[in-house]
Ligand binder design. Structure first.
Ligand code: ATP
Ligand code: MG
Length: 541
């Protein structure tokens, strides 16, 4: 077969026409890219020159893949907050712009994982399966997209659910001195969300490695990891990481909220966050204000907590409940950061070191604690039984401080004190043992009807236990109605009251016979079993 050179040329031209066209249309272009230079590096901050077009909060990348956020934009240099190990950075190193702001991976794949605020896994369980990425700083929901707080977020802690109830979408501050049980309250609340279709995000900021390990282990042991994401920065990491951690955690939580889910986020704790921000601001030479915090310290917390909300049903109806934690110094709740946060949030739970020392745990100081919106979200059945408790408890606390001065008390006041001591004993609870709603209602009902007043104070714990294990004596349909806990009908109430009366009378009779046998030092020791001598409230004989 003969092939003429002309036909070959035609075939070639035909086959490569597109390629030729592309080749002819190609114009070599230069892609401009700004490359800056590190001037100096110190304590989590770098000064960089040569990036004239960098934007505020833009992510920049250093040699060795360390990220930074452009914070201070001056005319001839920028101040960059470093987000990684900066020990190997030197003056003269290259810095490149990325053209985007800081973002984090989000999605269902994060559930059960422990990650850093940059979205890197810290649990050694392989790469994250993220559904997407969201910027760490996002605008809060508009007013028109918000709905009132109407559904309770049950903590499983009697003292909080009964006296300082929290609603889904609320922001409730937990504050107290160091080692007063702040973290335990937050962890208990997360543990209590098991099976309640609430996603939890625990953000640990600047804590010790040992505390973080303890928290993660508790979540693992109590099977809370399936519905929890943990975001961790430790105290020895650059302050930039501690600064971005709560924003990153909120974006992770918002992803779920925007899917219509109820989400709970714990920031443990914002004191470390404020300190990290103060450190960065001072290093960046921003002018210091009160307690050396920069002027915008209120804004960094308010823009964070404004993102917690209950979305309108047209926006999916999801909610984000925030439990920020703050550490006070020497019980000073009127210091700068605590007062800022008290004014930003919808209430606070104050933990008193004095109560903690007396062994009254959770050490919630009911008089200094408040929930501004949660009462509306409390379930009607629960509201009915817990209604007068706060008043009775407040009266008791007032009289108790009076009685400390050795005042002689009349019979009526003595009764208030005896009743108050029993309320306090009922509100005590050990950590990591949240109580279901039904058990709480039954105990509170027995308390408000005064049946616990029959029981010796030192046997209150056992009496509560006896009541709890005897709940099967309450007809199943009443328990079912209680679980829905819409309202408590008079008949149901009466039925429960009768049964609790029976159980407690049986218990009181058996305990009286037991106590009769107790004499001498053992008997006295039992009197002080809860760390409180109720004898001091008795009238002098
Ligand atoms: P820090 O200031 O170090 O963060 P914190 O205020 O978060 O401390 P926790 O770590 O929660 O306090 O608790 C302090 C100690 O009190 C822990 O050893 C914890 O086990 C104990 N504790 C907390 N709550 C209870 C409780 N309800 N019953 C018994 N022990 C408790
Ligand atoms: Mg703590």
């Amino acid at each position: 077969m003969n092939i003429s050179p002309d036909s070959l040329t035609a075939i070639y031209n035909q086959a490569f026409a597109g390629f030729k066209e592309a080749r002819e249309g190609y114009l070599p272009r230069l892609l401009p890219q700004e490359i800056g230079t590190v001037i100096s590096v110190s304590n989590g901050i770098a000064r960089v020159s040569g990036l004239p077009n960098v934007g505020s909060d833009e992510l920049v990348i250093f040699a060795g893949k360390v990220f930074g956020i452009a914070f201070n934009l001056d005319e001839d240099e920028i101040g960059v907050v470093l987000l990684g190990e900066y020990w190997n950075l030197h003056a003269g190193d290259e810095v490149r712009r990325t053209g985007r702001v800081m973002d984090v991976p989000v999605g269902e794949g994060l559930l059960g994982r422990v990650i850093s605020p940059l979205g890197q896994p810290l649990d050694g369980q392989g790469p994250l399966l993220a559904s997407g990425r969201l910027p760490i700083e996002r605008p809060a929901a508009a007013i028109t997209n918000r709905a009132p707080v109407t559904v309770p977020l049950e903590t499983g802690l009697k003292v909080i659910d009964a006296l300082i109830p929290i609603g889904r979408g609320q922001r409730e501050l937990i504050l107290g001195d160091r080692q007063t049980g702040k973290t335990s309250i937050a962890i208990d609340t997360i543990l209590n969300q098991r099976g309640k279709d609430v996603i939890c995000v625990y953000c640990s900021i600047g804590q010790r490695g040992a505390s973080n390990a303890k928290a993660v282990n508790t979540f693992r042991e109590k099977m809370a990891m399936q519905y929890t994401v943990i975001i961790i920065t430790e105290g020895n990491e650059p302050p930039g990481l501690a600064y971005i951690a709560p924003y990153a955690a909120t974006s992770v939580a918002e992803y779920f909220m925007e899917q219509g889910k109820d989400v709970l986020i714990v920031y443990d704790d914002l004191t470390h966050h404020a300190r990290a921000y103060r450190e960065l601001s001072l290093l960046l030479r921003r002018p210091p204000g009160r307690e050396a915090f920069p002027g915008d310290i209120f804004y960094i917390h308010s823009r964070l907590l404004e993102r917690a909300t209950h979305l309108h049903s047209s926006k999916g109806g999801g909610s984000l409940t925030a439990l920020p934690i703050i550490e006070t110094e020497a019980q000073n709740i009127s210091a700068y950061i605590p007062t800022n946060l008290i004014s930003i949030t919808d209430g606070q739970i104050y933990l008193s070191p004095a109560l903690f020392e007396l062994g009254i745990m959770p050490a919630v100081d009911v008089g200094k604690s408040v929930s501004r919106v949660g009462g509306k979200a409390q379930r009607p059945a629960f509201h009915m039984v817990a209604g007068d408790l706060k008043l009775a408890y407040a009266q008791f606390e007032e009289l108790e401080s009076f009685a400390r001065f050795g005042a002689r008390l009349d019979e009526e006041s003595r009764k208030v004190i005896e009743h108050g001591l029993r309320i306090r004993a009922c509100l005590k609870q050990s950590e990591f043992s949240p109580w279901p709603m039904v058990d709480q209602i039954i105990i509170l009902l027995a308390l408000t009807t005064g049946y616990f007043d029959l029981i010796p104070l030192e046997r209150m714990k056992e009496a509560q236990h006896a009541l709890r294990i005897s709940t099967p004596r309450i007809p199943a349909e009443i328990i079912e109605r209680l679980e829905q806990a819409e309202t408590l009908s008079d008949e149901d109430r009466q039925a429960i009251v009768n049964i609790t009366h029976e159980i407690l009378t049986e218990f009181a009779t058996s305990s009286n016979s037991k106590l009769d046998g107790v004499t001498g030092p053992a008997g006295r020791k039992q009197d002080n079993a809860d760390g409180l001598s109720h004898k001091r409230f008795r009238e002098p004989s």
